[in-house]
Design a protein. Sequence first.
Length: 281
Amino acid sequence: MKLRKVTAASAAVLALALSATACGGSDKDSDSSDSSGSGGKIKIGIKFDQPGLGLKQPDGSFAGFDVDVATYVAKQLGYAPDKIEWVETKSADRENALARGDVKFIAATYSINDERKQKVDFAGPYLLAHQDLLVKANSTISKGTDLNGKNLCSVTGSTSAQNVQKSIAPKANLRENSGYSECIAALQSGAVDAVTTDDSILAGFAAQDKYKGQFKLAGLKLSNENYGIGVKKGDTATVNKINDALKKMVSDGSWQKAVDANFGPASYKNEPAPTIGNIVK
């Protein structure tokens, strides 16, 4: 009887130990909040539909400036590229994705502004973009007022288009589409004379192989858009680690290399790298 009690007790202890070990292994493999990168994975939010920034390619891989920045940052946090799980984060869901813990951080043309800073924390900024115009390579449009009487394309509800209509060229004929791909196609066919949004987004589309040499950026600076890396509100430790990684990316030349590779074909004249850690509106 005594022997059976000891055996039963030992079996119970062993079962608990095995259970704890199994749980620990599972958590380590799936925990996206493990900032040490010790064998686990990390979930990063990006766009899936923006050439030159965040694009899911036909073979399932991802490419773009935001992807390059996020991959570099993840490496500095201890995660190899094969430990990254890319998560599509549409503009309207970025704050919720961070609050829910769906991703560790977001690099997705995420402009820093006061409203967003109430909901999330930002590392960076890592790119200063400007609202601009994309026109055909032989276009004579060189300033905003040249759009008066011209056909302008942007996406439905775009603040960029509204800015042009209200302040720059009120007599421009605005055409709104559901996505920028449709605007670029309209520009190629001659249905519109210009497309407007952030210069980085325009440069990304223009850099695609099927469009190379056909378009150019007008080089206007109609607004300032400081792209930051979004982090869950209150996660100061991760913000500091990402800022350190971004500073290293700039200092070792990787940042400029990524800019040239993703935007260069569109003759994108980028601003110098912003001061990392200087969060501005």
